[in-house]
Design a protein. Structure first.
Length: 197
């Protein structure tokens, strides 16, 4: 993924979850169909064919985004005009699926719109969302966010705008356990831009 990002982590991921997420994102103005051509494309994320694009229908996107047969899938979401962001949905560990949005390529106003739209969308899925990370600049891109959000163990060398985890995860994380957080059910939210998320 590129510089700025928004990662969310979900339990029990399936095709209906992918459908709900995509529908909510579309309602927020982030659509998988190109605004001019109407085409939806999958983007290859593996090394040998990185960046290769494959046109698909909306139903095909929903099918593969449920990760029933794949470990990961990448596609683009379109904002206004020709602005887009890369999305990767991947199997992480312990039955958790990570949904990764690369927002760093968007100009600041569109980046804020995308971050807010994703946050509202994730909020609607909060029962199965165990946490999320927002880093608009990408300064913490090297952090093991799976280890922080899923396991509650990975060390933080730098802070993102916000990181949200379940209470039990925060309690076992050596750094988060001793920090003040804002409670936004069902998460404890940490960071220097908590209220702006």
């Amino acid at each position: 993924m590129s510089a700025g990002f928004f990662y969310s982590y979900h339990l029990g991921w399936s095709r209906p979850d992918a459908r709900a997420l995509l529908g909510d994102l579309e309602a927020e103005g982030l659509r998988p169909a190109h605004p001019v051509t109407g085409r939806i494309v999958l983007v290859s994320l593996d090394s040998p064919s990185s960046g290769a694009r494959s046109p698909v229908t909306r139903e095909q996107l929903l099918s593969v985004a449920g990760l029933q047969r794949l470990q990961e899938v990448g596609f683009r979401l379109w904002a206004d005009g020709d602005l887009d962001l890369l999305v990767r949905i991947r199997r992480a560990r312990a039955g958790v699926v990570a949904v990764e949005f690369s927002v760093g390529e968007l100009p600041p106003p569109e980046r804020e719109h995308a971050v807010n739209a994703i946050r509202r969308t994730i909020g609607r899925a909060s029962v199965l969302c165990i946490g999320f990370v927002v880093d608009r600049s990408g300064a913490t891109g090297a952090t093991d966010w799976d280890g922080v959000v899923i396991d509650g163990t990975a060390h933080l060398d730098a802070w993102p705008d916000a990181v949200a985890v379940r209470g039990e995860t925060a309690a076992r994380h050596p750094q988060l356990a001793v920090m003040d957080a804002v409670e936004i059910s069902p998460w404890k939210v940490f960071g220097n831009a908590v209220l702006g998320v």
